[in-house]
Design a protein around this ligand. Structure first.
Ligand SMILES: C[S@@+](CC[C@H](N)C(=O)[O-])C[C@H]1O[C@@H](n2cnc3c(N)ncnc32)[C@H](O)[C@@H]1O
Length: 395
């Protein structure tokens, strides 16, 4: 089968997690750069990457790449790429663009030239004066970086964070892809307890439970490339079958989410219900200061408010103080990972993190503060009974 060049885009700081996911899917021919992992694979990878990648933002098909420092070079380069191989005759193809360190700086002008060149190529291919654009969407992206143009078609459509389990609008939810990325960085495994004591609409517990039961992140949604004539419907059916085969609803786990706000917990329960996890994740209304895990050696992964979007500075500082007291006193064997954009977090949490990872929550620069817990002992040391008979006595 022919190979294609695909690009899995990733939020800054999550590239290694996406590269790892791709390797797990068998895509080892890859090149990792800031914000994107380019990989070469056969056509089925278009469907499989969209269906199974938890951390990537979207999957792009690279149609071509060439130097372009003038509009003529850009037009000619785009015009002779094989658009007709990918786009349906009536495809609706909006063009998005960006330009970094390049001579062509006007993004609207760049988009206009690309649009015209693709329209010309399509008109020639199908022998019509204009492209009707009445069909399914295929979003084109032109990226200029140091005078090299990369032309891609977005195979995902909606960003991959849109899993399809969050129909309800909530304040400041964590993106599902970032939540999965935090779980990946924290190296949580499903045999360990998991808690998010400030869980809001439940994104972290739901993503953790989906990982535990190997529920494909794309299971509940559709992708733009499903409409592409070049990709047979059977390919997508096969990938959906693969997703169902991989899923294992018998996996037991200990995952909980709590929050002070009963309304967001209602959302969390509803979202978990959509994935069929409603009864498996424990959601409880609890203030973080009262958080007391009943098990040991678990993982807390959480993103508390940090002033920019929710709460004043004094409120978040008091909250971090409460988190520090509760987690350090009542969960001493747990590993704790906190994502916040509040730079003085450690001061109020009253502990310096073992590691800090720079990440972005949307446009907001954040750090993931890591406090790995002690290792779980492999063997239980049995106390010697004190009333064993002495050697003399047994003689
Ligand atoms: C940034 S939001 C978490 C968003 C969540 N990760 C999601 O995906 O929806 C922070 C959450 O902390 C909760 N919270 C604030 N103060 C709290 C407290 N004292 N105890 C427990 N939860 C609290 C808020 O109700 C809010 O839902």
């Amino acid at each position: 089968m022919d190979k294609v060049d695909l690009i899995a885009t990733a939020a800054f700081g999550l590239e290694a997690s996406v590269a790892y996911e791709l390797k797990q899917l068998g895509y080892t021919d890859q090149h990792v750069e800031p914000g994107r992992i380019t990989f070469r694979a056969d056509y089925t990878a278009i469907a499989r990457a969209n269906m199974f990648l938890r951390v990537a933002d979207r999957v792009l098909l690279r149609v071509g790449e060439f130097p372009a420092s003038t509009f003529d070079e850009l037009f000619d380069g785009v015009r002779y790429l094989p658009w007709g191989d990918w786009l349906a005759e009536d495809a609706y193809f909006p063009v998005d663009g960006k330009s970094v360190k390049s001579t062509l700086t006007s993004v609207p002008a760049v988009q206009g030239v690309v649009k015209k060149a693709i329209a010309d190529a399509m008109a020639e291919r199908y022998g019509r004066a204009t492209s009707p654009e009445t069909g399914d969407r295929a979003k084109i992206l032109v990226s200029l970086l140091e005078d090299v143009a990369t032309l891609t078609i977005d195979t995902s459509g909606e960003g991959l964070h849109k899993r399809g389990y969050r129909p309800l609008n909530v304040t400041a939810p964590l993106k599902e892809t970032l939540a999965a990325g935090l779980i990946s960085i924290a190296r949580w495994f499903p045999d360990r307890p998991f808690a998010d004591p400030l869980c809001g609409s439940g994104t972290l517990p739901i993503e953790a439970a989906m990982i535990a039961q190997k529920i494909a992140p794309g299971k509940l949604r559709r992708f733009d490339a499903e409409h592409w004539p070049v990709l047979p419907a059977q390919l997508w059916r096969d990938v959906r079958t693969e997703a169902l085969d991989k899923e294992d609803r018998r996996v037991e786990f200990d995952i909980q989410g709590s929050d002070i706000d009963p309304t967001v917990l209602e959302y969390a329960r509803k979202h978990a219900d959509v994935v069929g996890l409603g009864r498996r994740i424990r959601f409880e209304q609890t203030a973080v200061k009262d958080f007391k895990p009943t098990s040991e050696y678990g993982w807390i992964i959480t993103n508390p408010p940090y002033g920019e979007r929710l709460g004043t500075a004094a409120e978040v500082e008091e909250l971090y103080r409460q988190m520090g007291e509760a987690f350090q006193a009542d969960a001493p064997t747990w590993s704790v990972y906190v994502l916040t954009g509040y730079e003085r977090f450690e001061r109020f949490y009253d502990k310096v993190a073992a590691k800090k990872r720079k990440l972005y929550n949307g446009q907001i620069r954040c750090d993931l503060y890591a406090y790995p817990g002690p290792r779980k002992p492999r063997f239980t040391v049995l106390e010697m009974p004190t009333d064993l008979p002495t050697e003399e006595a047994t003689d």
